[in-house]
Design a protein. Structure first.
Length: 96
């Protein structure tokens, strides 16, 4: 998995992903070079707990089950690195 340091990148926002079976792309920009990176996250074939991206393009996939959310967080917390952006970071905080 690719990680991007928050000290080197600024978060710009979200857009619908063009990648097959991905929900969203997170846009981050390199502070030095100005190059924009797209980080695809979220699976269109799976449900999620919520959607706080502001786009809410997949309301039919929101289940709202707190037990499933707790189990997801327990499984995926090891993929979250403090001070870094990653696909797991965006799924963990914006979809779950």
């Amino acid at each position: 998995m690719t990680y991007y340091k928050k000290t080197e990148y600024n978060f710009l926002g979200f857009q619908k992903s063009a990648r097959k079976n991905k929900m969203y792309d997170s846009l981050i920009i390199n502070k030095k070079t100005g190059k924009i990176k797209k980080i695809s996250f979220g699976d269109k074939t799976m449900q999620n707990f919520r959607d706080v991206t502001g786009l809410n393009l997949y309301p039919h996939l929101i289940h709202g089950d707190k037990k499933r959310r707790a189990l997801f967080h327990a499984r995926h917390k090891g993929f979250i690195k403090e001070g870094y952006y990653s696909p797991s970071f965006f799924s963990y905080y914006f979809l779950w």
